[in-house]
Design a protein around this ligand. Structure first.
Ligand SMILES: CCCCCCCC/C=C\CCC/C=C/C(=O)SCCNC(=O)CCNC(=O)[C@H](O)C(C)(C)COP(=O)(O)OP(=O)(O)OC[C@H]1O[C@@H](n2cnc3c(N)ncnc32)[C@H](O)[C@@H]1OP(=O)(O)O
Ligand SMILES: Cc1cc2nc3c(=O)[nH]c(=O)nc-3n(C[C@H](O)[C@H](O)[C@H](O)COP(=O)(O)OP(=O)(O)OC[C@H]3O[C@@H](n4cnc5c(N)ncnc54)[C@H](O)[C@@H]3O)c2cc1C
Length: 675
């Protein structure tokens, strides 16, 4: 038996796809180890996939698009119960990476009844509950004796937390907080799994003590009776209805009617309220925003994975779809041969790799900050907040764009739910909104950049943190791309630094200039905000490029290094062309240099072509995880599209009741009136 570098090859596969895999120049298992950050985890992912493949009870009973929302929730609850019961046979206990993979395989991306329990409820209790509170609730939560969510957003306010309407008023006499929803707009609205699944929530409410507003605080709140699951007295609760996607999750509403909880249900790891109402301040004003930072830090990888789902589907399908000729004397070509198709897909393959590498760095920083904050050191919180705010915005934006490009690259079949593209898009694009609307989060990063720009302008560049140190550096007068015998990545990084620095300083000048002219700070901020967000995007895209460079530098295996270097070339050239207005504005890059960049881009599209399928195969998504007829590993698309269509509920009978009831009589009366 021949051992191929691409480990997805199997006998009986569509030969067009096998031919793609045979041309791969690197070992896809080794690339998976890069993507998933360790050989051990990549191997465990494969093992978990194999275990699941052998357990039919963990498979979907029918394709998701053929199920109603209620059926999906029932099916998801069935599988959730099974994986909870058999967890230790499938994954290592408490291994969150393995849990993430298990969930994606078995439950999928549409959510499940305990999605928010793991993503936010447990992280909130871990970071914000005191040891005593953790003893009471955390172990029960981890054991799934109780199910919880994170209830912050309201019907009227999601972004502006200072103006939430839910109040928690301290009653010194009873040592209780009274939770209350004063208006319709004060109803909690959106929290995942709040509607029907959770019996507890970490609730964010404005805390009032003796008439003073202490701002948003987090409280552990029982919502439903633990035995009957009926809502408790004083609680109004339900599902907010179907969404664009993610409909297995019961995003919910919640109202309180003078609902009392003990004082000790305020999460008190960093903040305290004494029995007499004395308030003890936390070491950092935003320390209780930690559950949001947790999700923002992890969602970079989640978004990269969803982008890669779509790219895997589109790249495999483009290798089996033949349409038209390039040379009219030759047979029809695979659509992947078209330069336009490559230009649509390959830069996004490069972005997906760039995002997953940036995501790994972000999680590392998050874990470090989590440990430091637990010991009272809050010095890196602002850096982490700035970084994750920028990354969640930029990555979710390009992920959604990339998925849509991948869908269009599949032509008509991309529009069928058999491709699963619409669900992948719908779930991923939610990331542009949840955990802070993207524009709002870019503006959070902009605050950090403006402060950094002030340091530069006042000659204090030595005080800049490592993520913004480049703002204080001097630029060359022009870019050296194509001006040195070998244009290396350093030239590109310097160019991106120049662009980000110039835009940051320009946006900050505009903001400070408006204030000097007498505008009040918030007005000046609003009038500069488009320019400020441009700076935030450029800064973040620079960070992503640098993370990619750092990773490629670390890779030892020469075959992997070569293909990752090709991807990085593609990435930097594509990015530079995409932001060329900024580079041309001050003549830092000339149009002849951009011609070089364009030529490089086309060169690397062609160079990557033989590795395209191997690059997507390296993510090692099983068919169960992808849930896409177009993206099947074996490439047998057409016969399975036909089988899928035949299984559609509409095809259960030859004549639909609606035809009997309406169309037949309509046609009959039309015919009769002609007589
Ligand atoms: C295959 C993979 C499948 C994966 C599938 C995953 C699918 C998952 C799907 C769904 C899960 C969805 C879960 C979603 C949950 C949610 O959405 S929860 C709700 C999230 N809500 C938000 O994010 C609200 C956004 N708003 C805010 O965060 C804040 O309001 C704010 C905009 C940050 C402003 O806050 P605030 O009004 O309190 O701020 P100011 O008083 O103006 O102060 C600003 C200063 O505070 C600093 N700051 C803010 N936050 C932090 C922080 N976290 N850490 C450190 N510092 C912080 C900020 O930098 C300002 O500092 P400065 O004054 O020095 O400039
Ligand atoms: C799929 C999904 C899951 C969610 N899960 C949860 C959950 O589990 N728990 C929870 O509590 N919440 C959840 N949410 C809510 C989510 O966090 C909020 O919707 C989000 O933070 C955006 O807030 P908003 O809806 O108030 O948007 P808005 O703030 O109303 O945004 C509307 C527009 O106003 C702009 N805007 C608002 N403020 C500013 C500003 N200061 N400067 C400039 N522009 C501004 C925005 O950019 C946007 O264009 C979820 C939402 C979704 C879609």
């Amino acid at each position: 038996m021949v051992h191929h570098q691409n480990k997805a090859i199997r006998e009986g596969d569509n030969p067009d796809l096998t031919a793609e895999r045979v041309t791969g120049t690197f070992d896809t298992h080794s690339m998976a180890a890069q993507i998933y950050n360790s050989e051990a985890h990549a191997r465990r992912r494969r093992e978990i996939t194999e275990i699941i493949a052998k357990r039919p009870e963990l498979h979907d009973t029918k394709p998701f698009p053929f199920m109603t929302r209620e059926e999906k929730i029932l099916e998801s609850s069935r599988k959730l119960t099974l994986i909870t019961k058999h967890m230790n046979e499938i994954i290592e206990p408490n291994n969150s990476n393995e849990m993430f993979h298990l969930n994606n395989e078995v439950l999928g991306i549409e959510g499940h009844p305990m999605a928010l329990h793991g993503i936010m409820f447990i992280p909130a209790l871990t970071a914000q509950a005191s040891e005593e509170q953790q003893k009471k609730w955390l172990t029960r939560a981890i054991n799934r004796e109780i199910v919880g969510t994170y209830a912050q957003t309201e019907l009227g306010h999601g972004t502006n937390l200072q103006n939430l309407e839910t109040t928690a008023t301290y009653d010194v006499a009873t040592q209780e907080f009274v939770l209350h929803t004063p208006t319709i707009t004060g109803l909690k609205w959106w929290p995942g799994n709040l509607g029907k699944s959770s019996n507890y929530a970490v609730v964010v409410a404005l805390m009032f003590i003796k008439g003073k507003n202490y701002g948003p605080h987090t409280f552990m709140v029982p919502l439903r009776d633990e035995k009957t699951h009926q809502p408790l007295k004083g609680i109004t609760i339900g599902d907010i209805g179907p969404k664009i996607a993610y409909n297995v999750t019961d995003n919910g509403f919640l109202g309180f009617d003078h609902y009392r909880i003990p004082r000790t249900n305020l999460l008190m790891r960093h903040t305290r309220v004494e029995p007499d109402g004395t308030y003890v301040k936390p070491p950092h004003a935003k320390i209780n925003y930690s559950a949001m930072v947790h999700v923002r830090s992890h969602m970079i990888t989640g978004q990269a994975i969803m982008l890669s789902y779509a790219l895997t589907i589109a790249t495999r399908y483009s290798s089996v779809r033949r349409q038209g000729q390039i040379d009219t004397t030759q047979p029809e070509v695979k659509v992947l041969e078209y330069q336009t198709q490559q230009h649509r897909l390959f830069p996004y393959i490069a972005r997906a790799y760039a995002f997953v590498f940036a995501g790994a760095e972000t999680v590392k920083l998050y874990e470090r900050v989590l440990e430091e904050v637990a010991t009272g050191n809050v010095s890196l919180m602002a850096d982490l907040h700035a970084l994750t705010s920028g990354l969640k915005s930029v990555v979710s934006h390009y992920t959604a764009q990339g998925i849509e490009q991948a869908r269009m690259a599949c032509g008509g079949h991309g529009y069928s739910q058999a491709s699963y593209m619409s669900e992948i898009f719908g779930v991923a694009v939610g990331g542009c909104t949840y955990e802070g609307e993207n524009m709002v989060m870019l503006l959070q990063l902009a605050r950090y950049l403006v402060k950094s720009a002030s340091l530069v302008k006042t000659g204090q560049s030595s005080k800049l943190g490592p993520l913004v140190a480049y703002l204080g550096a001097k630029s060359d007068s022009t870019s050296l791309i194509d001006r040195t015998p070998t244009t290396g990545f350093a030239e590109y990084v310097k160019t991106f630094q120049h662009i980000a620095r110039r835009q940051t300083l320009k946006a900050a000048d505009k903001f400070f200039g408006l204030m000097e002219k007498g505008e009040k700070r918030p007005i000046a901020w609003n009038k500069s905000s488009v320019e400020l967000n441009r700076a935030s995007r450029l800064h973040t895209r620079l960070y992503i490029v640098e993370a990619f460079v750092r990773r490629v530098e670390e890779v030892a295996d020469p075959r992997l290094k070569e293909v990752l270097t090709d991807l990085l070339h593609l990435h930097v050239n594509y990015e530079l062309l995409d932001m060329s207005t900024y580079a041309l504005e001050d003549g830092f890059v000339s149009s002849s240099q951009l011609d070089y960049v364009r030529d490089q881009l086309y060169f690397y599209l062609a160079k990557i072509r033989p590795n395209a399928v191997s690059l997507v195969d390296s993510w090692e998504f099983s068919d169960q995880e992808l849930r896409s007829v177009l993206g099947r590993r074996d490439g047998h698309v057409y016969e399975n599209l036909f089988a899928w269509a035949k299984a559609s509920p509409l095809n259960k009978t030859d004549v639909l009741p609606s035809v009997d009831k309406y169309l037949k009589p309509l046609m009959e009366s039309a015919r009769a009136s002609k007589l």
